[in-house]
Design a protein around this ligand. Structure first.
Ligand code: ADP
Length: 451
């Protein structure tokens, strides 16, 4: 078993990983920027090393400093969490070259899946259904228009290096093609330093359904069922639930098999997620693979009883998976609300600042993953997540009721939050009756804003 892990991250995910390590008897090293010296992860880890100033390029993305910190403190592995360097193949490869274990897949696999156009091609070859679209990259406007006319408008042009919902545009006809294609390209260049684009048919009103997979070094791959992440704002997840309340048994089984096939195709190791869209006719299509632990992983833990972070560490310690597909069962229903420091009435403007009063909900089936505390100042330099409120009920109705009472108990003052906005979603008749898709927030923004 690994004995000392450096956590190359901050905030709640760093705390989440430190907690798992403690329970496993593994020592931990936290890293922090000068803006984060009061971070909970710094307090909870056995050791903490400052890796640079406020700017993420100089600290949380500073590979040299992070790798030096890991070597200097005698770590035998690095857990990257999500965001930051978690999907950086160079970082993964450098970690392994130093003789440390990168808790995630090989750098070559991160590269293959991180390039979304390439990932699409590999899935087509292995027989995993993908959204109809371009075979590879689109080089010119003319080529793009020709493909759009072949598959039929509306289409979505997407950045091959994309993530976080950025670098994509819906295009509805030839006349707007050039302008929207160029803006998407520009956005991709600025955000990812790479403006290569591909195209998919725009699926109208889909559900976003993803499968969690785990793969060990010995070729064993299992899935831990699905998460429904269709409540989104600007293609970013806001609420997730597991299992998806729209899947019938047959489709669930078929999607699970395809998720496992996708992971096997690329020789995947460790935890990963295969994302699909499901259309109105219950056809599903692969859209991308995330080669890391995800924000919404706790809802899978709640319905399967499996600690995903511990499994990641066991896999990285060369252990084989300790369960088979048949042994993984869905129990009850889980939901997660992302609680952010932002103002929904001001176009979700971030609201950093000091938390004056904090009351976290608790009780049977309630879990809060957070790194904030009363008196903590949320720095303006990083993401605006305050924490994740997770509930587990016997069924969906109970999960909704538990989430509502938990949101009522949750008090955060001193900053603006989206707590009331989340409550308004939980209270919306269409959400309650499971009559929603990825356009839900956009469609109901007025009602949700009033709260
Ligand atoms: P990112 O890597 O930026 O997160 P994804 O490819 O995972 O991008 O897509 C994010 C979201 O964008 C999806 O959950 C979905 O809501 C929407 N989306 C992506 N592709 C399509 C598509 N072909 N048709 C309709 N919506 C899509």
């Amino acid at each position: 078993m690994l004995h000392k892990i450096l956590i190359a991250n901050r905030g709640e995910i760093a705390v989440r990983i430190i907690r798992a390590c403690k329970e496993m008897g593994i020592e931990t090293v936290a890293i922090y920027s000068t803006a984060d010296d009061r971070g909970l992860h710094v307090d909870l880890a056995d050791e903490a090393i400052c890796v640079g100033p406020t700017k993420i390029q100089d600290s949380y993305l500073n590979m040299n400093n992070i790798l030096s910190a890991a070597v200097a403190t005698g770590c035998d592995a690095i857990h990257p969490g999500f965001g930051f360097l978690s999907e950086n193949s160079t970082f993964a490869t450098l970690t392994e070259e130093l003789g440390l274990k990168f808790i995630g897949p090989k750098g070559t696999v991160i590269d293959q899946m991180g390039n979304k156009a390439k990932a699409r091609e590999m899935m087509i070859q292995s027989g995993v259904p993908v959204v109809p679209g371009s075979d590879g990259l689109i080089e010119t406007v003319e080529e793009g228009k020709a493909i759009a006319n072949r598959i039929g408008y509306p289409v979505l042009v997407k950045a091959s290096a994309g993530g976080g919902g950025r670098g994509m545009r819906i295009i509805r006809d030839d006349s707007e093609f050039e302008e929207l294609f160029q803006t998407a390209k520009l956005e991709a260049k600025m955000a990812f330093g790479d403006d290569s684009m591909y195209m998919e048919k725009f699926i109208e009103n889909p559900r976003h359904i993803e499968f969690q997979i785990l793969a060990d070094q010995y070729g064993n791959v299992v899935h831990l069922y699905d998460r429904d992440c269709s409540v989104q704002r600007r293609n970013q997840k806001v609420i997730e639930e597991a299992p998806s309340p729209v899947l019938d048994q047959k489709t669930r089984q078929r999607m699970g098999e395809m998720a496992v096939l996708a992971a096997k195709t690329v020789g995947y190791e460790n935890a990963g997620t295969i994302e699909f869209l499901l259309d109105k006719h219950h056809q599903f299509y692969f859209i991308e693979m995330n080669t890391r632990i995800q924000v919404e992983h706790p809802i899978t833990e709640m319905i399967t009883g499996i600690d995903l972070i511990k499994e990641q560490i066991k896999i990285a310690s060369n252990l084989p998976l300790s369960f088979t597909q048949d042994e993984i069962k869905i129990q009850g229903h889980a939901m997660e609300c992302r609680i952010n420091a932002e103002n929904p009435h001001q176009n979700f403007k971030p609201s950093p600042g000091t938390i004056e009063v904090l009351n976290l909900p608790s009780g049977f089936g309630v879990r809060v993953d957070t790194a904030v505390y009363q008196g903590y100042e949320i720095p303006p330099f990083y993401d605006s997540m305050v924490g994740k409120l997770i509930v587990h009920g016997e069924n969906r109705d109970e999960a909704v009721a538990k989430m509502k009472r938990s949101l009522e108990e949750l008090v955060v003052t001193g900053i603006d939050t989206n707590i009331d906005f989340q409550y308004a979603i939980m209270d919306h008749p269409d959400f309650i009756s499971n009559d929603y898709d990825t356009s839900f927030i956009q469609q109901h923004m007025r009602e949700l804003e009033v709260g």
